[in-house]
Design a binder for this molecule. Structure first.
Ligand SMILES: [Zn+2]
Ligand SMILES: [Zn+2]
Length: 341
C-alpha cells in the first residue's frame, strides 16, 4: 500500500512545485502504476508559460506517461504486478455517437476517472486502456506512444502515397516523427526548419532535402525541388499562421495540407478559395489519436520503423521539471523526458 508520492503541481504561470501528495486508492478494476517516465508535451509547456490559459490551480500536468504495475484491484484482469505498461490518457467510452462511428479521438464522454497519471510518482489505469511495453523497449522510448499515435493519425489524414513529395514544416520532436512516418510510407521528404541542428537531425532521420527558410524562400525551393509542381502533401508541424499559409502555398495540384499543430493564440490566415478550388486541395487537420493508433505507435517503435531514441535530447529528474519546461519552451533541445525514479 503506497500512501504518498511526489508530484509536480502547477500553481500559476512559471510556478511549478514538487510536493508530497496522497496516492489515491485504486478502484477494483484499476492497477496502481509506478510511473517511470513521462514525456513533456508542448501542451504542458504552454500551460507552464501561460500561453494556454489554465484556471484550476494547482494543476497536474503530463499525459505521456509509462510505468510498472505495482498493485492490482480485485477485479483487474489482463496484466499483472511487474508488467511494464503504457496507459493511454484518452479513456474512451465506446458508447457515444463518435465512438460508435469509429471516430474514437472525438469520444464525447472520456472516462477521466479511469486513467490518471503524469509528472508524479504513481498513476492509475483500468486494463482496457493499457498496452504492454514490448521487451527491450526503454520507458523513455515507450513514452512516445502518445505523441507518435497523434502523428500517425495525422499521417493517415494526409493520404501519403509511395513516391509522393511530402513537405514537413518544422523539425521539432513532432516534425521528426512525421519525417520518419512519411519516409517509411515511401515518400520523398522535404523539411523546412529554422534551426540548423534540427535540419541536421531531420537529415539523419531520413529527410531527402532540407530548407532553411531564413536564407531561401521555402515555397520557391519546394517548387524547384518538385519540377514546379509543389508537394503532394504538406504537414504543418508548427502552430502559427505564417507556417500554415506557407503550407498552403507549397501544396501542388490535388495536394493535402495538414494543420497538425494547434495555434496559440488563435490566428487568421488569408485564404483565396480559388486556390483550393482550382488546385483541388485537401485542407485537413488532425487531433489526438484512437486506441489503434496507440497500439500501432508502440509497434512502430518496437520494430525500429520510427526511431524515437534519436529524438530524445534530455532525460531529467522530476526535481528539474521547471528547467525541463524551459528547455522545451526555448527550443534548446528536442524531446525532453522526465524520469521518475
Ligand atoms: Zn502529448
Ligand atoms: Zn465515446
Amino acid at each position: 500500500m503506497v500512501e504518498k508520492m511526489k508530484a509536480a503541481l502547477l500553481y500559476g504561470v512559471r510556478d511549478v512545485r514538487i510536493e508530497e501528495v496522497p496516492v489515491k486508492e485504486i478502484e477494483p478494476d484499476q492497477a496502481l502504476i509506478k510511473i517511470k517516465a513521462c514525456g513533456i508535451c508542448p501542451t504542458d509547456v504552454r500551460s507552464f508559460t501561460g500561453q494556454r490559459k489554465v484556471s484550476d490551480f494547482p494543476r497536474t500536468l503530463g499525459h505521456e506517461w509509462v510505468g510498472e504495475i505495482v498493485e492490482v484491484g480485485s477485479e483487474f484482469k489482463g496484466f499483472k504486478v511487474g508488467d511494464r505498461v503504457a496507459p493511454e490518457w484518452r479513456a474512451i467510452c465506446g458508447q457515444c455517437y463518435y465512438c460508435h462511428r469509429g471516430i474514437f479521438n472525438y469520444c464525447q464522454n472520456l472516462q477521466r476517472n479511469k486513467v490518471s497519471g503524469g509528472f508524479y510518482g504513481y498513476g492509475h489505469a483500468a486494463a482496457r486502456y493499457m498496452r504492454l511495453i514490448p521487451d527491450g523497449m526503454s520507458y523513455e522510448e515507450a513514452a512516445f506512444a502518445e505523441p507518435l499515435a497523434c502523428c500517425l493519425n495525422g499521417s493517415e489524414e494526409s493520404g501519403i502515397r509511395v513516391g509522393d513529395d511530402v513537405v514537413v514544416i518544422g523539425a521539432g520532436p513532432i516534425g521528426l516523427q512525421h519525417v520518419q512516418l512519411a519516409k517509411y510510407q515511401g515518400a520523398r521528404v522535404i523539411v523546412s526548419e529554422f534551426i540548423e541542428s534540427r535540419r541536421q537531425k531531420a537529415k539523419e532521420l531520413g529527410a531527402d532535402d532540407v530548407i532553411d527558410p531564413t536564407s531561401e524562400n521555402p515555397v520557391e525551393r519546394v517548387k524547384e525541388l518538385t519540377e514546379g509542381r509543389g508537394a503532394n502533401a504538406v504537414i504543418v508541424a508548427i502552430g502559427n499562421s505564417e507556417a500554415s499559409k506557407t503550407g498552403i502555398e507549397m501544396a501542388g495540384i490535388c495536394g493535402s495540407v495538414n494543420f497538425f499543430a494547434g495555434t496559440y493564440p488563435s490566428a487568421d490566415i488569408p485564404l483565396d478559395p480559388n486556390v483550393v478550388h482550382y488546385k483541388q486541395l485537401h485542407l485537413t487537420g488532425s487531433h489526438d489519436f484512437t486506441p489503434h493508433h496507440f497500439t500501432t505507435a508502440l509497434k512502430l517503435i518496437q520494430f525500429g520503423i520510427v526511431d524515437v531514441k534519436s529524438i530524445i535530447s534530455h532525460v531529467m529528474p522530476l526535481e528539474e521539471i521547471a528547467d525541463a519546461f524551459d528547455i522545451v519552451a526555448n527550443r534548446e533541445g528536442l524531446k525532453v523526458i522526465i524520469r521518475m525514479d
